[in-house]
Design a protein around this ligand. Sequence first.
Ligand code: UDP
Ligand code: MG
Length: 338
Amino acid sequence: MRVDETSLRQNTEPAPLKAVAVRATRSVELSVVIPLHNEAANLDKLFARLLPVLERLNLTYEIICVDDGSTDASVARLLELRERIPALKLVSLSRNFGKDVALSAGFDYAQGAAVVPLDADLQDPPELIEQMVVKWREGFDVVYATRRRREGESMVKRATAKYFYRIFDRITDIPIPHDTGDFRLLDRRVVDVLVRLPERTRFMKGLFAWVGFRQTALVYDREPRNAGQTKWNYWLLWNFAIDAVTSFSSLPLKVWSYLGLVFSVFAFLYALFLASFKIFRGIDVPGYASLMVAVLFFGGVQLITLGIMGEYMARMYNEVKGRPLYLVRDAWGFEAKE
Ligand code: UDP
Ligand code: MG
């Protein structure tokens, strides 16, 4: 197995962040990064819609497909397409690493002065790239696409998404735009920052917002998936939410000392009450029920606390191990790098 140089970015020595003052002039102006996992059924339609858009833009472009451990014909199909689309490049990861990591891999390889991550299932309309480029040329560094409606998604999914954003807003300092996915245009200076972020738990939406810069929004209608199945289920979404919160907030760790304080004050007052009861009335009524409730309740609270600490510790362990974010099995179209 060939391990690519860029894939061995180590956690221990992040390159220094440097501000890029002027818009870099580069040979490739626009990179479209497409993370894909078993999307063979969507590829023809995807390129049929994407290529005319890119041609109309009248700028130099590249399309970087990141195969995230596909087990279907995606890679074979892309290699066929490469024969007639010279701008198509392909990075194949050694296994399935998840969309956020696949996207990071794509950013590492992207050369463009602007980078647009795009889903392979046509849920992100490629036509919107034209408007993004217009805004970019006006001087915006991030042009994100906010969806007006969510087609083909259940009520439960919409409701959980809504509450997730609300809670996230409450407990973190960075405002992430609601109903906004990864589909956006990023200027090179933003991409340069993102590829230097060493963290392993990559909640991309949060990172996109964290970088700041001049951001603006476009509104679009999100279509249902073209073909195939979404890889998300509620368990994955729940874990995604935990990743999101733990990577941008330490409130869940801190809240327990305050709760503990409140409980201690109550416990103290209750102790005073029990003592005076004993002194003035002479008898104390054994209260099995209250005892049981208190024991179970505090046992529960302590387990939750431990669990939350565990969540953070597991993530710290993950970061400390410093394993490469992803491994590249093969890459096509990056002659200069090989
Ligand atoms: N994807 C990926 N790796 C994964 C899961 C998904 O690269 O482990 C890609 C997938 O092929 C698609 C994009 O990420 O291009 C969005 O995935 P999906 O449509 O399943 O997510 P949703 O649109 O439901 O959020
Ligand atoms: Mg999708």
